[in-house]
Design a protein around this ligand. Structure first.
Ligand code: NAD
Length: 349
């Protein structure tokens, strides 16, 4: 939900009217009754009246048809490889901001939907792992003997991966983290996990990783295959912006893992980090289970929405001056996230 009761109140405080579709927040834990000083209408009426449409996912073509020319659309617009979608926004003469394109700067942190939603996804992925693994995560000393802790590896130590590591630690697993950006070593270790060093380094620009060359990828896979044999659970979160998820775990590597091992592939939505991942499905291969869960943030919808709505509000503040919507295109955060304006699809899409 892009507008929670807390954020609705803040938007009202900025002098804006807030109009919501009946029941829009109910599934995320925000029933209509929880909103004060908000107007409710049908979806079509909301769209027809909106000067600023906030959304969690890109509006569908049918919704675009209801919007007024000149209206602003703000949210996760999935801009990468979506030229047709951006063209449709431009054709309708909408001004559209895709928050995925915000630069990862300190000032942008409060609006950073990739971070807030990745944190939820990382937490949820590790809970799904714990729930589906045939072993306990913590060490247990019982009258029936001692249970050794599960060994867990997290591949990709960005926002989601670090949250997954922290969650596995809280559950008592013996945890290791791996990433191609060298600065992640310290971040992994600061969470009490061990850094798995495979000797492949691929820092890109803007704090992101770059795509590995074929040689680097082969070296990574060779080194990783040997290590994988000891892990009970592997959670993969590796991503390179604007590209399909890197394929890190091959069929042969999976087949070399312990029987009963579990892989949770958080990158399933963008193609998966494992060759065997099927988005939204459970795959069994040689005694190893591979899960490719989708839309993980929805599994913690209330907190995911609270963070998302605050991100939306913090960005919307850049668009409002004197109670009116007047985006300041001199502001780099506004300019860099804008994908359509004055009937034009912008290049940074
Ligand atoms: P992401 O979702 O693009 O990628 C997830 C992780 O996968 C990254 O850590 C990346 O290095 C890793 N990865 C990519 N290819 C890999 C491969 N072949 N093998 C192993 N790992 C691979 O990244 P993200 O989590 O959105 O953010 C990455 C970083 O950006 C953060 O850790 C942080 O340094 C920076 N960041 C900065 C801000 C800010 O200052 N506003 C906010 C969020 C993130």
């Amino acid at each position: 939900m892009a507008i929670t009761p807390e954020v609705a109140k803040k938007l009202r405080g900025k002098g804006l009217r807030v109009l919501l579709e009946h029941g829009a927040g109910a599934a995320a834990g925000f029933p209509d009754a929880g909103y004060a000083e908000v107007e409710f209408a049908s979806a079509a009426d909301v769209l027809a009246q909106a000067d600023l449409l906030t959304c969690v996912l890109p509006p569908e073509d049918a919704a675009l048809a209801h919007l007024r020319e000149g209206a602003i659309v703000l949210g996760q617009l999935r801009p990468h490889g979506a030229a047709a979608r951006i063209a449709a926004l431009a054709q309708k003469k909408l001004t559209a901001f895709a928050l995925e394109l915000l630069p990862r700067t300190t000032r942008a942190q409060a609006m950073d939907v990739l971070s807030s939603q990745a944190a939820v996804a990382g937490y949820r992925a590790m809970l799904i792992a714990a729930d589906n693994a045939p072993k306990f995560f913590p060490m247990l000393t019982t009258a029936a003997g001692t249970i050794r802790p599960s060994r867990v590896l997290v591949i990709g130590a960005g926002v989601a991966g670090l949250q997954a590591i922290a969650t596995a630690r809280r559950l008592g697993a013996q945890i290791e983290g791996y990433d191609v950006r060298p600065e992640t070593r310290e971040q992994v270790e600061s969470l009490g996990a061990k850094f798995l060093d495979l000797g492949v380094s691929a820092a890109g620009s803007g704090g992101y990783a770059r795509e590995l060359t074929a040689e680097e990828r082969a070296a990574q896979q060779q080194a990783l295959a040997e290590h994988l044999k000891v892990f009970d659970v592997v959670v993969t979160t590796a991503a390179v912006p604007g590209r399909a998820a890197p394929k890190i775990l091959t069929v042969a590597m999976v087949e070399g893992m312990k029987p009963g091992a579990l892989i949770v592939d958080l990158a399933a939505e963008s193609g998966g980090n494992c060759e065997l991942t099927r988005p939204g499905e459970r795959v069994e291969q040689g005694g190893v289970t591979i899960l490719g869960p989708l839309n993980l943030a929805a599994g913690a919808a209330l907190h995911a929405s609270e963070m998302y709505a605050r991100n939306i509000y913090n960005f919307a503040e850049l668009l409002v001056r004197d109670g009116a919507l007047q985006p300041d295109f001199q502001d780099e955060l506004v300019a860099k996230s804008c994908v359509a304006r004055n009937g034009e699809a912008l290049v940074n899409a």
